[in-house]
Design a protein around this ligand. Structure first.
Ligand code: GLA
Length: 384
């Protein structure tokens, strides 16, 4: 990919790029919709990336060419970057604006953007784009950001320029991802505990439903607002500080929907901590049960699943332990996108064929299924 991006850059701009950077997407094993509640998540970076080949130019204008969409975006960086079209360029604009707000002078540049991440497929392609741009700007300005500061800057870009009030999980994972490890991230203290995923008998499968329901972004903001309401009623800073007992005691003071949203978040935090311990203890049966329970909670209490994701999980449950499936759940924001499954490595091929055929039969849509090992975070592949 890096070579392809560099070649394309040379064809578009007439000289080789001085920088090539890569940032991975992520899959979340468990801990969904907990990050913006100061809670726990257990994601890993995956072997799918956004790669950018770039170089500064002597103009005032940034030129970006996206291989995925075939579009070219042009915009000025002075006096400051504004939102604009095409939509995906806002992730880039937002990160440049973040650098400028940090008092860093960003020169105009040319770039080619390549991706092996499905765009909008629930594997954090937007966070990977933000992190790749931040990594490119670190290279170009010669100033490396502290990783947490970098993640927050990218998250702010998403809030301000894409209008999505996302948590910190995606940007964090794309930056701090570690080969062969999932990351148990405490979203309040922003500390990570690496959780080894080195057992060769267990494989992570990602099942892309190839469905994206329009609701995703507006519903995300609504979920976040309900959680804040619940925290206010419970008089805690964030749902991370609440227990199920506290929630039950206050049940009469909140709408039933607020109660259910909070029940998901509070129970999901507990499941996430348990899953990290179970992986460390190689108690795969427990990990599987926690994944299924997480899915049920997201489907029934948090209501962010959809028929296609439920279908994948039902098929996986049908194949079950006897067929080599440890656990399965939706992953990411929901309303389409991907499911994640832990499976026995010896059964991978058979499971992929089984899931593929059953999903197409039941939904009329073709899924895309692939495996990934936990990957390292963003890096500069080439400089000068
Ligand atoms: C999206 C957001 C994350 C997180 C997940 C749900 O991916 O970007 O911050 O909230 O949804 O867990």
């Amino acid at each position: 990919m890096a070579n392809r991006a560099a070649e394309l850059f040379a064809r578009c701009f007439g000289h080789p790029p001085r920088w090539v950077v890569a940032a991975p997407g992520r899959v979340n094993l468990i801990g969904e919709h907990t990050d913006y509640n100061d809670g726990f998540v257990l994601p890993m970076a995956i072997e799918r990336h956004i790669v950018i080949a770039g170089d500064t130019n002597a103009k005032r204008e940034v030129t970006l060419h996206s291989v995925t969409t075939g579009e070219t975006a042009r915009f000025s960086v002075q006096p400051k970057v504004e939102r604009g079209e095409p939509g995906w360029s806002n992730y880039v604009r937002g990160v440049i604006a973040g650098f400028q707000q940090h008092g860093k002078k960003v020169a105009a540049f040319d770039a080619v953007i390549e991706s092996s991440l499905p765009y909008g497929g629930g594997l954090a392609s937007s966070a990977a784009l933000e992190v790749a741009v931040a990594t490119l700007l670190e290279g170009m300005t010669g100033q490396t950001l502290d990783p947490i500061e970098k993640a927050l800057l990218c998250q702010q870009a998403e809030h301000d320029f894409a209008g999505v009030p996302c948590g910190i999980m995606d940007q964090f994972t794309s930056i701090l991802g570690r080969e062969d490890h999932a990351l148990l991230l405490d979203c309040r203290s922003r500390t990570t505990t690496p959780v080894a995923m080195t057992n060769p008998d267990v494989t992570v499968l990602i099942i892309n439903t190839n469905i994206r329901h329009k609701l995703a972004e507006s519903e995300y903001a609504k979920r976040r607002a309900r959680c804040e309401t619940a925290a206010r009623v419970l008089k805690v800073t964030a749902l991370r500080d609440a227990t199920l007992e506290m929630l039950d005691a206050a049940r009469g003071q909140m709408e039933p929907v607020v109660y259910r949203r909070a029940r998901h978040v509070i129970s999901e935090d507990e499941r996430t901590l348990q899953a990290a311990r179970a992986i460390q203890a190689s108690d795969w049966a427990a990990v599987g049960q926690l994944m299924y329970a997480s899915h049920a909670s997201l489907r029934d209490d948090y209501e962010v699943s959809c028929p296609e994701l439920d279908t994948v999980v039902e098929i996986a449950q049908g194949i079950g332990e006897a067929g080599g499936i440890i656990g399965c759940r939706m992953t990411g924001g929901g309303f389409g996108g991907c499911a994640v499954s832990l499976v026995k490595t010896e059964a991978v091929q058979r499971i992929m064929r089984g899931l593929d055929a059953a999903y197409e039969r039941k939904t009329g849509t073709q899924a895309r299924i692939f495996s990934s090992r936990p990957a390292a975070g963003a890096c500069i592949l080439k400089s000068n």
